[in-house]
Design a protein around this ligand. Structure first.
Ligand SMILES: [Zn+2]
Length: 193
């Protein structure tokens, strides 16, 4: 799973995507704190150059997932961008079998307000290069209450726009999904086989 560490130059990029990075790091801490021993390796990536064209994620795929054997071992990538706004679920990139799994994984989280995955896709962030390489990659659905209109790529993108409660929700959500994906017998179903 990952988020992007680089930001837009007019402010510090607290909501795009500093808080996504925070949630990913906190999910890592949570899994370590409970002594999780997942069946699969969970990697945590803090990408660079997202704003310049998803450069970090593209470079990672080139360096680590370019051969068939590595792609065979890979299961799924979970992306958190933006970090701000309550999390609702994942965009499922038209992947019906993956959506069925993700829907089941959401059930125990309904009291956190994480309640729906949607089958539609979303572009413009670091899960896209995974999809382009034929690998499952999904981005979170956020409540865009303030993000798109107020903070994204503006000089208002400072930490006072972040919410501690939303970050806690997001970290639990990500840790739970990473754990579930890492415990699967099979790898995540891929669109088109
Ligand atoms: Zn951005």
């Amino acid at each position: 799973m990952g988020g992007h560490l680089d930001s837009w130059h007019t402010a510090v990029g607290a909501t795009d995507n500093g808080d996504g990075v925070l949630a990913v790091m906190e999910a890592a801490r949570l899994l370590a704190a409970v002594g999780a021993q997942p069946r699969r390796t969970i990697r945590f990536a803090l990408w660079s150059g997202e704003e310049q064209g998803l450069l970090g994620a593209r470079a990672y795929i080139e360096q680590h997932l370019s051969d068939e054997a590595a792609r065979d071992r890979f299961s799924v990538y979970l992306n958190d961008d933006p970090g701000s706004g309550g999390s609702l679920g994942f965009y499922m990139e038209e992947n019906e079998p993956a959506k069925a799994l993700f829907d089941a994984w959401l059930e125990p989280l309904s009291d956190l307000g994480v309640t729906r995955n949607i089958i539609e896709s979303i572009g413009s962030t670091d899960h896209v290069p995974f999809n382009q390489a034929g690998l499952p990659g999904f981005n979170v659905i956020k409540d865009f209450e303030a993000y798109d209109e107020r903070t994204r790529h503006t000089n208002a993108d400072y930490p006072e726009r972040m919410s501690e409660d939303e970050l806690k929700q997001q970290a639990i959500f990500l840790a739970h999904f990473a754990w579930q994906a890492a415990q699967m017998e099979e790898r995540m179903p891929r669109t088109g086989g």
